[in-house]
Design a protein around this ligand. Structure first.
Ligand code: PEP
Length: 252
C-alpha cells in the first residue's frame, strides 16, 4: 500500500520567526490527526532548516530541503551540499522544481546528477517535473513528461526507485490559481505509472508515490486526492497558511 503524502514547499518565504510560528500552528493542527499511512512534509528555506528540524522532532512532521548541489563539496559559492543537509539530520530533498528549471537553468541532465548525489547520501528525493502551457496546448505533454522522467531518473537502478517520490506539477497550474482537472491529473498520473512499469516493472510502479502539485487548495484537494493514481500533493501557496495546509492534509 502506497503512503499518502502532503508536502508543503515554502519557497523563499518565511523568516525565522515566521518559520517558528507556522510550524507551531501546523503541529497543533495535525496533532493526532494523521494515521500511519500518511506523511506530512514541510520544506522551509535552507537557513531555517535547522530550526525546523528541532521544532518538528517528536511530531508527525518531516522536513525537506528545497534544493541541493550535485557536487560533494568545493568552490560553489552560495550552494549547499548533500552532506550539509544530512549532517543536520535531514533525509529528504526536493529536486527539479519548475522554478529551479526555469529561473536557474536546471536541465534534465543536471537533475539526473543531483538525484544520484541525493540517493548516494540517503536523501529521499521528491522529484518534480511537468509540462509548460505550450506543451499542453500542442498536446506534447505526455512526450515532455516522458522525457523528463527518462532523462532525469531512468539511470537509477531498480532498488533506488524506492527512494523517489514523484511530483507531477504542470507549470501552467503552479501559483496561477488554475488547477488541472482531477481527470487531467489522473490521466497523467496513470501515464507516469505505466511509463515506470514499462522500464522498471509493475511492482516498482505500484509502490511509487505520485503527488500532484499546482494550485491545490482546501476546496479542490479532496477531489484530486480521490483519484486512484494520486497519492497526495506538493503544495505551494496554500502551504503558507496553517489553516489551509492542515485542511488539505485532513482531506487526504
Ligand atoms: C509548487 O510550487 O510546487 C506549487 C504547487 O505551488 P502552488 O500550490 O502555489 O501552485
Amino acid at each position: 500500500m502506497r503512503k499518502k503524502i502532503v508536502a508543503g514547499n515554502w519557497k523563499m518565504n518565511n523568516n525565522l520567526d515566521e518559520t517558528k510560528t507556522l510550524i507551531k500552528q501546523i503541529k497543533k493542527g495535525v496533532k493526532k490527526q494523521i494515521g500511519d499511512d500518511t506523511r506530512v512534509i514541510i520544506a522551509p528555506s535552507f537557513v531555517n532548516l535547522n530550526t525546523a528540524i528541532k521544532r518538528t522532532k517528536k511530531s508527525e512532521i518531516e522536513v525537506a530541503a528545497q534544493n541541493m548541489h550535485q557536487s560533494k563539496n568545493g568552490a560553489y559559492t552560495g550552494e549547499v551540499s548533500a552532506d550539509m543537509l544530512t549532517s543536520l539530520g535531514l533525509n529528504l530533498v526536493i529536486l527539479g522544481h519548475s522554478e529551479r528549471r526555469e529561473y536557474f537553468g536546471e536541465t534534465n541532465e543536471l537533475l539526473a546528477e543531483k538525484v544520484t548525489t541525493a540517493l548516494e547520501n540517503n536523501l529521499e528525493t521528491i522529484f518534480c517535473f511537468g509540462e509548460v502551457l505550450e506543451d499542453r496546448k500542442s498536446e506534447n505533454h505526455f512526450k515532455v513528461v516522458d522525457n523528463q522522467l527518462k532523462e532525469g531518473l531512468f539511470h537509477l537502478k531498480k532498488r533506488d526507485f524506492s527512494k523517489i517520490i514523484l511530483a507531477y506539477e504542470p507549470v501552467w497550474a503552479i501559483g496561477t490559481g488554475e488547477t488541472a482537472s482531477p481527470e487531467q491529473v489522473q490521466e497523467m498520473h496513470a501515464f507516469i505509472r505505466t511509463t515506470i512499469a514499462n522500464d522498471y516493472g509493475g511492482e516498482v510502479a505500484e509502490k511509487i508515490s505520485i503527488l500532484y502539485g499546482g494550485s491545490v487548495k482546501p476546496a479542490n484537494a479532496k477531489e484530486i486526492f480521490s483519484k486512484p493514481d494520486v497519492d497526495g500533493g506538493l503544495i505551494g501557496g496554500a502551504a503558507l497558511k496553517a489553516d489551509d495546509f492542515v485542511a488539505i492534509i485532513k482531506s487526504i
